[in-house]
Design a protein around this ligand. Structure first.
Ligand SMILES: Cc1cc2nc3c(=O)[nH]c(=O)nc-3n(C[C@H](O)[C@H](O)[C@H](O)COP(=O)(O)OP(=O)(O)OC[C@H]3O[C@@H](n4cnc5c(N)ncnc54)[C@H](O)[C@@H]3O)c2cc1C
Length: 491
């Protein structure tokens, strides 16, 4: 139990049971979740939530919450955070290739929400501030305090925001939770030698389009464009629609020019004027899209007394809007596991929690992690074989039934099964090969002609197509299997 350092003779006695660094999606939700288990404990918990800026964030991240994330939010008692913020119900997706949309509705009555990120975060923080056991402090954390003898993390040092507050203050705790987001300053210290560096996959450049109509109302729209990654659009308020344009590294010197000349002509015409206006009015915001597989915490080479949560620990490509769903799912599991620990200073007990947490989150987190990167590789196809798989994937969705319901349930966080994902991914790979042999493709009428006609492959082309099929299948394997491996490796 927490004890004030001034009232104890032990110099390492703590002020809080738990200190959380970062009041974003995961940190705020965990603070509130700990309050809900506090009253059932022998002694009420004391939780400190440190956030460098409590002002409403203005970011291009975390604006679409999948139905699976909505369910976790409800489980945490936070569902009202999507109310009163001008949030828009989301009923599924529309994927557009060559101007042709395929409607991919969520299964059953599943519903997600999209909103302005800042408004949602403020609603989450309000719930954390209202929690009896939580003290929210506006302070920037600069270091983890480590025991000079054992190396165990004993808390953090932070500087409060406000006039003249320059002194670093120590916040001691039995357990420190680092939830400081994608640019985490502490992940390397916490993970030690088991840590992996985030791998940059692409950038999202974002803007807000005013008063546009998307091809299918209340659906996230994904446009597959040639020469660049996919473009995402979803309404985040009555008049506002977020557009996120995927740009592959290295970033071009003039992104606006690339957007106007290369990408805009490939988007639905209903968005052109609004995109022109948005680019005249404001700069394009940029965020890196990184992949960071989760490594198990609580082992020999990670720090004692501390754990990572949220993007600080595990990131996936934001194409599928799964980050908050994973974060809320993680908080639900962590809350349940921590509720059974009597003493948070007992690192053996916390280590066991971390081990169970790591494996229990797999069905949901691994599904969303793998899907996001695999789908990104297909949708952002930058080689011939991936293009075959992308076309096959689009046509697979066109088949409807389970070929839509299965993949969208995985994306929505409603079905949590990496093996179902494996099945659909390789079904797409085999269907792509079938399409290669059987579906007509655009070809010039005669050699050198610019006129194109749809022609089925002739038998004479089969040997070349067989070779291509092997190459496509190999490509599918090298996309999917290494991702699967990052999730099942156990050390
Ligand atoms: C471009 C982009 C778009 C995305 N879109 C979606 C989407 O539509 N849907 C979705 O589910 N996910 C989306 N994500 C992912 C999602 O935003 C993250 O998974 C989620 O925000 C992670 O939550 P977090 O709490 O770990 O980090 P954050 O929400 O970033 O919170 C971290 C907090 O820590 C604070 N902090 C940082 N350093 C310190 C410090 N030293 N001291 C004190 N406080 C500190 C920050 O101010 C911040 O409040 C997107 C990601 C990107 C990159």
């Amino acid at each position: 139990m927490a004890e004030s350092s001034s009232s104890s003779s032990n110099m390492w006695s703590t002020t809080y049971d738990i200190v959380i660094v970062g009041a974003g999606v995961a940190g705020s939700a965990l603070a509130h979740a700990l309050d809900t288990i506090s009253s059932k404990r022998k002694h009420p918990l004391r939780v400190c939530l440190l956030e460098r800026s409590l002002a409403e964030p203005d970011r291009i991240v975390g604006e679409l919450l999948q139905p699976g994330g909505m369910a976790a939010l409800k489980d945490l008692g936070l569902e009202e955070c999507t109310e009163g913020i001008d949030a828009i119900p989301v009923h599924g997706y529309a994927v557009i290739l060559n101007g042709k949309p395929v409607h991919i509705p969520y299964p059953g009555n599943a519903e997600g929400r999209s909103f302005h990120h800042g408004r949602f975060i403020q609603a989450l923080r309000k719930k954390a501030m209202a929690a009896a056991c939580v003290e929210v402090i506006e302070a920037s954390v600069s270091e983890l305090i480590e025991c000079p003898v054992t190396g165990r993390v004993l808390g953090v040092r932070a500087t409060r925001k406000g006039d003249g507050a320059v002194e670093k203050e120590a916040f001691f705790a039995d357990l420190t939770v680092v939830a400081d987001g994608c640019f985490s300053n502490f992940r390397t210290t916490v993970m030690g030698t088991t840590g992996v560096k985030p791998a940059l996959r692409s950038y999202f450049a974002g803007a807000i389009l005013e008063d546009v109509e998307l091809p299918i109302k209340n659906c996230g729209t994904v446009c597959l464009v040639k020469g660049h990654g996919p473009v995402l659009m979803y309404q985040i308020g009555e008049h506002d629609t977020r557009i996120l344009l995927d740009i592959k590294p290295p970033l071009p010197a003039d992104i606006k020019e690339v957007v106007l000349n290369d990408i805009l002509p490939q988007l639905p015409s209903s968005t052109h004027l609004a995109l022109h206006r948005a680019l005249e009015k404001d700069r394009l915001r940029r965020m890196p899209n990184s992949f960071l597989p989760p490594a198990e915490q609580g082992g020999q080479s990670t720090k004692e007394g501390v754990l990572l949560l949220g993007d600080a620990w595990n990131m996936r490509h934001p194409l599928t809007g799964g980050g908050m769903t994973v974060a809320f799912g993680d908080v639900v599991l962590l809350r349940n596991l921590l509720s059974k620990v009597g003493d948070f200073e007992d690192w053996k007990a916390i280590s066991k929690v971390l081990h169970k947490w790591h494996w229990r989150r797999k069905p949901l987190a691994a599904t969303i992690n793998i899907l996001s990167v695999a789908l990104y590789d297909l949708f952002g196809a930058d080689d011939e074989n991936l293009e075959v798989l992308r076309t096959g994937c689009f046509k697979y969705f066109e088949l409807g039934g389970d070929c839509i319901n299965g993949p969208v349930s995985l994306l929505a966080g409603v079905a949590d099964s990496p093996f179902l994902l494996f099945r659909h991914f390789f079904a797409v790979a085999f269907y792509s090969i079938w399409v290669l042999f059987t579906h007509p493709r655009l070809r010039p009428v005669s050699e050198g002609s610019e006129k194109l006609v749809l022609v089925r492959p002739s038998v004479a082309e089969y040997p070349a197509l067989v070779a291509k099929s092997f190459a496509c299948f190999y490509t599918a394997c090298i996309v999917f299997l290494p991702l699967m491996w990052t999730e099942i490796r156990w050390w």
